[in-house]
Design a protein around this ligand. Structure first.
Ligand code: ADP
Ligand code: MG
Length: 482
């Protein structure tokens, strides 16, 4: 039997406000436990929530970025459940009438094609506190700093058909919320996390199978891993003639398995009802138009502009525009490098990315600034240095030894383009390698191209990589003829 996977994601993006969604307490990450929860966050009797205007503006921005409808009216609801990190006994969320309704998103698949994924809705809600099980002996600690932190929950249609598509979708949302500057996207700190709903159905069947929900996944790699092992688990059960239980499961990356947490609750278990403490949110068309006019250039538009303006490939352009900071870095680099786009793209996606990855640094923390890299590329372009020597220059810049020009100067890396000097090197190697010369001259023309590499290599060694490779090749060809 052939199976088809069906996946829908619920992404929680923490909105980048200074204060909480319904109180004035700060949202900064990493404070001492319970120093950032005020009476409202603690749910003390007699307090009233007041909606933070910023979260509404941010949610509208997101909705417009995914071509969603922004209903004129939305309301907050109480989602009732008991848990020690939820002192009020309910979470303020949205149920009926969310702030953002149906939208769409285009994702890029590995084979180069694109696919549209539906976004069912996005709603505002408050985060709960955190239970801490380590360091308290037999007891559990409760940290309520996170209680009341604003979240935008983005719910997708069950439109994804494999783990790779789910990752592409999650990355796209991540990219958009960061472009919009409504979420810092920091996954280690939990500012961007997702629940993945997974089910299987026999290929060709219309009706969806029973799903499980994999909770709180906070990395792109884990989403892919978690979904793939859940697919295997479900197929095993189904092929043994079993049935999938609808439940919430936890992904354990250390053991590479998913474990049952609890059976799935239904909406009516939560006794949702409109929160009587909060007024409905009424959004005027004018406000929506104002926000629309202020939207920044978004990843897709930027990607297309890079293709048109810089003549980059679809692939390069996609890599460079996935993160706004990388796109900005690229544009600064190109303008310093006097328009040299392709080399800039190669260096950013190649050497720079590799160095950043190695030290787990974000591009904003790069020791080589965009101006510095552009300055170096300018020197490749005007033949001051070769691409090979540029690697040395880059490394020196990375290690804080200065900008390209001063490194080229102090290390004497300037390319030798003096024909006389190169000729001496060429003559030398020809005199010293009679066997290779004889072999070269006896070889048919199509083999000579390969054999010439030996001479080039020798000369590069002699000149410590500084001889201009193009000149070396030309001179060699000429001299080896006779
Ligand atoms: P709940 O309110 O219980 O979380 P929803 O109907 O809101 O359930 O769906 C939550 C997520 O699960 C959505 O992203 C949706 O696309 C996805 N989903 C729903 N049914 C399935 C299914 N059979 N297989 C996979 N994903 C599903
Ligand atoms: Mg849900």
């Amino acid at each position: 039997m052939e199976w088809e996977t069906v996946i829908g994601l619920e992404i929680h993006a923490q909105l980048a406000t200074k204060s909480k969604i319904f109180s004035g307490a700060p949202t900064a990450y990493g404070a001492e436990p319970n120093t950032q929860a005020c009476a409202v966050d603690l749910g003390l009797p007699g307090v009233l929530p007041v909606l933070n205007e910023q979260v509404v503006l941010m949610a509208i921005k997101f909705g417009l970025a995914i071509d969603a409808e922004i209903p004129e009216r939305s309301i907050f609801a109480r989602k009732n459940y008991f848990y020690p990190d939820l002192p009020k006994g309910y979470q303020i969320s949205q149920f009926e009438l969310p702030i953002v309704s149906r939208g769409n998103l285009e994702i890029q698949l590995e084979d180069g094609t694109t696919k549209t994924v539906g976004v069912t809705r996005a709603h505002l809600e408050e985060d709960a506190g955190k239970s801490m099980h380590e360091g308290f002996g037999d007891q559990t600690g409760i940290d309520l700093n996170r209680a009341g932190t604003p979240l935008l929950e983005i719910v997708s249609e069950p439109d994804m058909r494999n783990a790779k598509e789910a990752v592409a979708y999650m990355k796209k949302i991540h990219s958009i919320v960061r472009y919009l500057e409504i979420c810092d996207g920091n996954m280690q700190e939990g500012s961007f996390r997702c629940d993945a709903n997974v089910s299987m159905r026999p290929k060709g069947q219309e009706e969806f199978g029973t799903r499980t929900e994999l909770k709180n996944i906070n990395s792109f790699r884990f989403v892919e891993q978690a979904i793939n092992i859940e697919i295997e688990r479900q197929i095993d059960i189904l092929e043994d003639g079993g049935k999938i239980t609808q439940e919430t499961r936890l992904f354990d990356p250390d053991k590479n398995e998913t474990r049952s947490m609890r059976s799935k609750e239904e909406a009516n278990d939560y006794r949702y009802f409109p929160d009587p403490d909060l007024l409905p949110v009424q959004i005027e068309a004018e406000l929506i138009e104002k926000i629309r006019s202020e939207l920044p250039e978004l990843p897709n538009a930027k990607k297309q502009r890079f293709i048109d303006q810089f003549k980059l490939s679809d692939y390069d352009s996609g890599v460079l525009t996935a993160q706004k900071e990388i796109a900005d870095y690229f544009e600064t680099c190109v303008s310093t490098a006097e328009g040299e786009a392709k080399l800039s793209a190669n260096w950013i996606a190649g050497e720079l990315s590799a160095s950043l990855n190695k030290e787990s640094k974000d591009i904003t923390e790069s020791p080589v600034s965009a101006e510095m890299l552009g300055g170096m590329i300018k020197r490749i372009k005007d033949d001051t240095i070769s691409g090979k020597i540029a690697k040395q220059v880059f490394e020196a810049m990375w290690n804080g030894e200065g900008d390209a020009d001063s490194i080229i100067e102090s290390k004497g890396l300037k390319q030798v383009t003096d024909t006389g000097a190169i000729e001496i090197l060429v003559d030398d190697v020809i005199t010293n390698s009679p066997d290779q010369v004889a072999q070269y001259q006896a070889a048919p023309e199509e083999k000579q191209g390969k054999l010439i590499g030996y001479f080039v290599g020798q000369i590069m060694k002699q000149s410590q990589g500084k001889a201009n490779p193009k000149q070396v090749n030309e001179l060699l060809k000429e001299k080896l003829k006779s």
